[in-house]
Design a protein around this ligand. Structure first.
Ligand code: SAM
Length: 227
């Protein structure tokens, strides 16, 4: 899959932010309940955007936080709302940290827009500690929907994670949160990324989008658990 047109996430962030995704902190909190990490755990938010999740987590005072994004503009916006989180410009496909660094890696609404998803998943498996957690949320194609559009598919993703040493703890579909987010974007006059199955051709054909949903996933990397 390729993203031919660079997407203006900063503009969308101004319309719907600071969390530029369906569900906002509600889904992050849901995932964190399952991880139940000790105070001081090191958390990285890959594709942190304008820092909405990091700000939410910073307010708890419970975590040490790192944010990585490839957009200088969005990192600038994140910096203006964060106090302690460390921000780094980089790519999900080449994360500039050593193996087994993070207790938790969050990647919210980013994987679906990457050109090289396997490389990013390899990196997630590399930088999460044994016993550490991976939280993904993103659009996916339900049933047979999505194969042609390059949408993520549930079984394919779960197989990819299992092959990289992750055990699934939670998979939930949140159709309503996706619909609410899309309505907010449309009312704000924003278009939707092609990789979300909403390209111009489909708009013209008024394709049924009921085959697209939004998942929340929590998985745990095999290996030593931390204390
Ligand atoms: C839909 S936004 C989600 C932002 C944030 N995770 C949130 O939930 O508010 C997608 C984000 O992915 C970032 N992004 C896109 N490609 C990336 C890449 N290869 N590596 C790191 N970040 C990337 C964009 O700059 C943008 O901030």
């Amino acid at each position: 899959m390729t993203n031919d047109i660079p997407f203006n996430w900063s503009e969308i962030g101004h319309a719907v932010g600071p969390c530029i995704r369906p569900g906002g902190p509600v889904l992050t909190d849901r995932a964190l309940e399952i991880c139940d990490l000790p105070a001081g755990s090191l958390v990285v938010d890959i594709g942190c955007g304008a820092g909405g999740t990091l700000q939410h987590l910073e307010r708890t005072g419970h975590y040490r936080l790192v944010g990585l994004d490839h957009s200088e503009t969005l990192l600038g916006e994140a910096a203006s709302r964060l106090e302690t989180a460390r921000l780094i410009r980089g790519r999900a496909e080449t994360i500039p940290f050593s193996n087994d660094t993070f207790d938790l890696l969050l990647c919210e609404c980013v994987l679906s827009i990457l050109d090289d998803r396997p490389a990013a998943l390899d990196e997630f498996a590399r930088v999460v500690k044994g016993g550490g957690y991976l939280v993904l949320s993103d659009l996916f194609g339900k049933g047979g929907h999505g194969t042609a559009d390059g949408l993520l598919l549930q079984q394919e993703l779960l197989d990819s994670l299992s092959a990289r040493g992750f055990t699934l703890l939670l998979w939930e579909a949140h159709d309503r949160l996706l619909k609410e987010f899309m309505v907010r974007m449309i009312f704000a006059g924003e278009s939707l990324p092609d990789s979300w199955g909403c390209c111009q051709r489909q708009k013209a054909e008024k394709t049924d989008r009921s085959g697209i949903s939004y998942f929340l996933l929590v998985a745990r990397k095999s290996g030593a658990t931390f204390t």
